[in-house]
Write a protein that binds this ligand. Structure first.
Ligand SMILES: [Zn+2]
Length: 217
């Protein structure tokens, strides 16, 4: 019965998002070529507030919604709450390891394929287009939504407190939407494809990796 839910994708995205992702990639390309006007123009075409609302109301709660659907439509029991809530010290990759993981993933989210910048490049982009165009506020809704789709976080595919290894065979680059949306559940519990093989599940997009390199240098 799990065929009711897509197995490769945690959170469905509104169709306009693909256009905004293309605009984001073009903005990064312009920024890397020193064209700040072009970068600003492409970022301005993105409805950052619409994405921020989607993240705030839908994407970051995706796991709970998905578990509820799976529990309703299949015989799968919901994971025990205490298992999910257990907290443990999680070892996260250092700066060098983060860049190595991003390179391995071709600068894309391992879960959804969204193009990613590291935090350093994201702030660099903000410096180029200005904080009015690309604001980072104290709350989700005062932050430009591009952050939730295109700033890299790092996630244990099998959660650390569920026996997942704290090494690069289990840690992947992820967008905010997939990382926080997945929460502390395993891929199996979420009815998702589980292939943490240490290699990117998406191919290289030459134009994107080139744009990232240009912005980094
Ligand atoms: Zn993602």
């Amino acid at each position: 019965m799990t065929q009711h839910l897509p197995r490769h994708f945690l959170t469905p995205r509104p169709p306009a998002f693909s256009r905004w992702t293309a605009d984001f990639m073009k903005a990064v390309q312009c920024a890397g070529q020193g064209d700040s006007t072009g970068a600003e123009r492409f970022i301005s075409r993105i409805d950052g507030l619409a994405i921020a609302y989607w993240y705030h109301l839908t994407a970051q709660n995706a796991a709970g919604e998905r578990i509820a659907l799976l529990t309703e439509f299949t015989d799968t029991p919901a994971p025990a709450r205490e298992t999910v809530m257990a907290r443990e010290q999680t070892r996260m990759p250092n700066a060098t390891e983060r860049i190595e993981i991003l390179k391995r993933e071709h600068w894309r989210c391992w879960y959804c394929g969204s193009p990613l910048l590291s935090k350093v490049e994201f702030y660099k982009l903000q410096g180029i287009v200005g904080p009015e165009t690309l604001p980072f506020g104290k709350t989700n809704l005062t932050t430009h939504g591009a952050k939730f789709l295109h700033m890299a976080t790092f996630d244990h595919v099998r959660p650390h407190n569920r026996g997942g290894l704290a090494d690069r065979s289990n840690i992947v680059a992820s967008c905010y939407a997939c990382n926080f949306g997945k929460y502390r559940y395993t891929m199996e519990e979420l009815g998702l494809e589980n292939t943490p093989d240490g290699l990117s599940r998406y191919g290289e997009l030459r134009s994107w990796t080139k744009a990232v390199s240009a912005l980094r240098n």
